[in-house]
Design a protein around this ligand. Structure first.
Ligand SMILES: Cc1ncc(COP(=O)(O)O)c(C=O)c1O
Length: 390
């Protein structure tokens, strides 16, 4: 029996498979330290847990309106108005089972077979596969020589008559880069001149450190509102990955079509989880800030320890919770081999850069405790020392 050509082209999520291997080894009793997680290790805020319990007690256990409960859309609209001064009607907002499905629904809505979508490499694993799942062609624009920040020249070199859109992600997974206002203005101008969509994934917008300021693309370039889909959710800001709630804000015409797709796909996000998200957005500002400052401290510890290792030179990333380290000057310059051997010999799990279209780098997540960070970096140092000694 045959499988579709589409699935033959799809790669599983590399980050989830590394996490799976790490969890399996741990289950078998090995002393595994995982730096592969793309999720905060803190528990969800009390206001979210309470709102979920209340929803269960009220019997909110049925299908909801497929694009999301009005209470959550209102909470999202209020958040965007308070935080960015951006006004969205509830008809311009869709709630989904995580941010991942809304990116997919947006691509399903925008991409015809053979259409090209620009992604900026290093790029989050799922963009590339989701574009392929939508029968489009992912076109990578390399940012590894420009501080992981897109440039006008880079974009222009990859634009073609088949380009329908670009996916921007700031703060960035896997690099932690945060795009400044000038960059976003320049990219917005290119989008306008070439009449293409911009999917702006700002799922890590609250996780920005030091003097860096997060800039929403519509604050940089309000004139392109009609061609922008904002992607966000509660997973990272409110430590709620398991609840699976994400959302998109964009032009009504597009959001309505995304809702039509969703109505034949997941129907609606979990009713209880939607109420939990209302609880978080309306009652967990302090928790979000506490979580951010703990990440800031971990980032500083991780970067300073890594910079103590021979052959590694790390710039402190401005956002998200990842360090993207160049291993090309270490005794194991191949990122896949580096990760495989580090896991089998020292039980430390990292994600190879190849998974993000960036061979020669490894992604180290600092969404784990400070003791684990110290112990893990110690093991990485021993690992590299043992290779040099040969
Ligand atoms: C850049 C980026 N966008 C979207 C998502 C998906 O978020 P969610 O867990 O809400 O689906 C992730 C998760 O790792 C991510 O890193």
């Amino acid at each position: 029996m045959k499988l579709s050509k589409r699935v033959e082209k799809i790669q599983p999520s590399a980050t989830l498979s590394v996490l799976g291997i790490a969890k399996k080894l741990k289950g078998e009793g090995y002393p595994v330290l995982s730096f592969s997680a793309g999720e905060p290790d803190f528990i969800s805020p009390k206001s979210a847990l309470d709102a979920a319990r209340d929803a269960i007690d009220r019997g909110e256990t049925h299908y909801t309106i497929n694009s999301g409960i009005p209470e959550l859309k209102n909470a999202v609209a209020g958040y965007y108005s308070r935080r960015f001064g951006l006004n969205y009607e509830t008809s311009e907002i869709i709630i989904s089972s995580g941010a991942k499905p809304v990116v997919y629904e947006a691509l399903q809505t925008l991409v015809d077979p053979g259409d090209e979508v620009l992604v900026f490499a290093p790029a989050w694993v799922s963009y590339v596969e989701q574009i392929k799942m939508s029968d489009g062609r992912p076109i990578a624009v390399d940012t590894s020589e420009t501080g992981f920040v897109p440039t006008v020249e880079g974009v222009e070199s990859k634009l073609s008559p088949r380009t329908v859109g670009m996916i921007l992600n700031s703060p960035n997974n896997p690099t932690g880069a945060v795009y400044d206002e000038a960059t976003l203005k320049a990219l917005a101008r290119l989008a306008e001149e070439n009449d293409i969509w911009v999917i702006f994934d700002e799922i890590y917008e609250r996780l920005v450190y030091g003097d860096t300021k997060f800039v929403n693309i519509l604050n940089a370039a309000p004139g392109i509102r009609d061609r922008v889909i904002l992607i966000n959710g509660v997973s990272k800001t409110f430590c709620m990955t398991g609840w699976r709630i994400g959302y998109a804000l964009g032009p009504k015409r597009l959001i309505t079509k995304m809702g039509d797709i969703q109505s034949h796909f997941t129907s609606n996000a979990s009713s209880i989880a939607q109420w939990a998200a209302v609880g978080a957005i309306e009652g967990a500002e302090d928790d979000a800030e506490r979580c951010r400052s703990r990440f800031a401290k971990r980032r500083d510890i991780l970067v300073s320890l890594l910079n103590g290792i021979d052959g590694l030179r790390i710039e402190s990333p401005a956002g998200a919770f990842y360090v993207f380290a160049d291993v090309r000057n270490t005794p194991i310059p191949d990122d896949i081999e580096f990760c495989e051997r580090l896991l089998s010999e020292k039980f430390v799990a990292l994600v190879p850069g190849a998974a993000f279209l960036a061979p020669g780098f490894v992604r180290i997540s600092y969404a784990c405790g400070e003791d684990d960070i110290r112990e893990g970096v110690g093991r990485i140092e021993d690992f590299l020392k043992s290779k040099r000694a040969r």
